[in-house]
Design a protein around this ligand. Structure first.
Ligand code: SAH
Length: 237
């Protein structure tokens, strides 16, 4: 679909009203006006070409013109499970992971975590995911959820490939060149992993991945690992 501005809406019908934050962003920031065309997204993988028919003080009326399937989603799902980071580093990781096509994101706290998530921060991460998804032309956005370490590891149980980026691993058990199918990735926070956490993940079926002899920052490690895996799964062609 053409490059019109993109907005998420909860339920898309032939005629609908957009209000709240998406309305304010559309009118105050993106300067959407009556008769402009926009694209509506409902997180189902479809996108809808629509026309703004009326702008009011706190909402706008929109008429849907056509519907089409968005084909930017990768064939294989990537799940990123990443330690929650200090400052706004997790926002960066979420933004880049969404651009690189990740399907699902879990942030966790673990033994050596030094940053802690709250509801507001989690909401902010979901907003970042939504914005990144719109910006890169996707029509769904990965939900970002929070789980403690062990639950986060178990969350990956149905994934074919389970990769654990371990800064103290001296062997790499994963042959990236033959990777295919749904893939879950685990990357630690600034403090890294404890031996017990490493053993737990191994028992849950994770293979160890080394990203080289240098210790990467946690945000670098997440972004580069998602990039490598997306490439190997054929999603960056
Ligand atoms: N505090 C730790 C480093 C943590 S790096 C230390 O001083 O040793 C943060 C996370 O990035 C790690 O938990 C791991 O998941 C990933 N990471 C960084 N460098 C890596 C490497 N060379 N190989 C594999 N994973 C790495």
């Amino acid at each position: 679909m053409e490059k019109y501005k993109r907005f998420f809406a909860n339920k898309i019908e032939d005629f609908l009203v957009i209000d709240g934050e998406e309305f304010r962003h559309a009118v105050n920031v993106l300067r959407i006006r009556e008769n402009d065309k926009i694209i509506l997204l409902d997180n189902t993988g479809y996108e809808y070409l629509a026309e703004v028919t009326k702008i009011e003080k706190k909402s706008m009326q929109v008429k849907v013109l056509s519907k089409e399937k968005n084909d930017l989603e990768s064939k294989n799902d990537i799940l990123l499970i990443a330690g929650y980071l200090k400052g706004d580093k997790t926002e960066l990781v979420v933004q880049k992971a969404v651009e690189l096509g990740v399907k699902d994101i879990v942030v966790f706290s673990s033994k050596f975590s030094s940053a802690f998530l709250n509801d507001n921060k989690l909401e902010r991460l979901n907003k970042v995911s939504q914005e990144a998804s719109k910006q890169c032309g996707r029509s769904i956005y990965p939900k970002v959820s929070y789980l403690p370490f062990e639950e986060a590891i178990k969350y990956a149980k149905d994934y074919k490939n389970k990769l654990f980026a371990c800064e103290f691993a001296n062997e790499n058990q994963v042959d990236f060149s033959s990777l295919n199918g749904n893939t879950a990735l685990v990357v630690g926070s600034e403090g890294g992993f404890s031996e017990d956490e490493f053993i737990f993940a191994t028992k849950e079926g994770f293979s160890t991945v080394s990203l080289g002899k240098r210790i990467l920052r946690a945000d670098t490690a997440s972004i580069v690992l998602v990039g490598i895996v997306a490439k190997m799964l054929g999603d960056l062609e």
